[in-house]
Design a binder for this molecule. Structure first.
Ligand SMILES: [Zn+2]
Length: 282
């Protein structure tokens, strides 16, 4: 499969031919950076882990050139950081038994260019080749511009594909902003307590990001534990680890649905819940 950038590529941990590895994919995650998938889409990895009938593939859209660096990596050039981050992502794909991992190798600036057609065209090619059942991406209330841009390019790609290539479910998940604020009726709740050792390893292999003191491994496990414990105040915990998702499926099924207005609906219901409780108890 040919992509726009010369540095793009596909890694298949078990050595299957790339086309076959894409075609068998049932669960897909599309993320901005190396490590985002392991933080936000562990549910998809878990659904497919150790299974013959379900397969997970990751897509990382950017090249990692702009990554922060410290400690062992403080003096690395942008080129060296790209190599390190790609190697770390391959380690995670191997540990997580991914069917394949696709590196699209774009700069952040290219992803944020709303008029640039190439990211959308690359995503269309990948999705048409696999017709996944479920796609995980960034949520549209995330506070990182590149994350939101990736989610918007993905929605555009899916809207431009024939309906039979579109997945049954598209979920926006948590990295640079949790989704605890969503009203409980609006949350998609993923129970991810299984294989906690694998969950920790998947985030832990991204040493270049953790080395500077940002303990994404501990923070990610902590968020999942906090989500599970603080989900319901009057019952015992149903799960020891939860990830929240924002359902993006309606935006993919209805090309005319306004994206900003759809997200605003979640914010409006959140506001109504809080002001309604204060009014009731005053
Ligand atoms: Zn990221």
């Amino acid at each position: 499969m040919q992509f726009h950038n010369r540095g793009a590529g596909i890694y298949v941990p078990d050595g299957t031919a790339a086309d076959a590895a894409l075609a068998r994919t049932t669960h897909l995650a599309v993320a901005a950076h190396q490590d985002d998938i392991e933080i936000m889409a562990y549910h998809g990895i878990l659904e497919c882990f150790g299974r013959d009938d379900k397969h997970f593939t990751g897509v990382t859209v950017t090249n990692g050139a702009g990554s922060p660096r410290d400690g062992l990596y403080a003096h690395y050039t942008d080129d060296q950081m790209q190599m390190v981050r790609r190697l770390e992502q391959k380690k995670a794909a191997f540990v997580g038994e991914f069917s394949a991992h696709v590196f699209l190798d774009y700069s952040s600036a290219a992803v944020k260019d709303a008029d640039g057609p190439h990211v959308v065209e690359d995503l269309k090619k990948i999705i048409a080749a696999m017709k996944p059942q479920v796609i995980y991406t960034h949520n549209l209330a995330d506070k990182h511009d590149t994350h939101v841009a990736v989610a918007l390019r993905l929605i555009r790609a899916l809207r431009e594909l024939p309906r039979d290539s579109r997945p049954a479910h598209v979920y926006g998940c948590e990295v640079w902003r949790g989704l605890d604020w969503l009203n409980d009726d609006d949350k998609v709740v993923f129970n991810v307590e299984a294989h906690e050792n694998i969950a920790m390893s998947l985030v832990g292999v991204f040493d270049s990001q953790i080395a500077g003191g940002k303990r994404y491994d501990l923070a990610t496990m902590g968020r999942r534990r906090a989500n599970a414990t603080y989900f319901a105040s009057h019952s015992v915990d149903q799960s020891q680890a939860q990830i929240y998702g924002l359902d993006l499926t309606p935006l993919v099924q209805d090309e005319k649905l306004d994206i900003g207005g759809y997200v605003q609906g979640f914010i409006d219901r959140f506001r109504e819940e809080i002001s309604g409780r204060i009014a009731e108890l005053s």
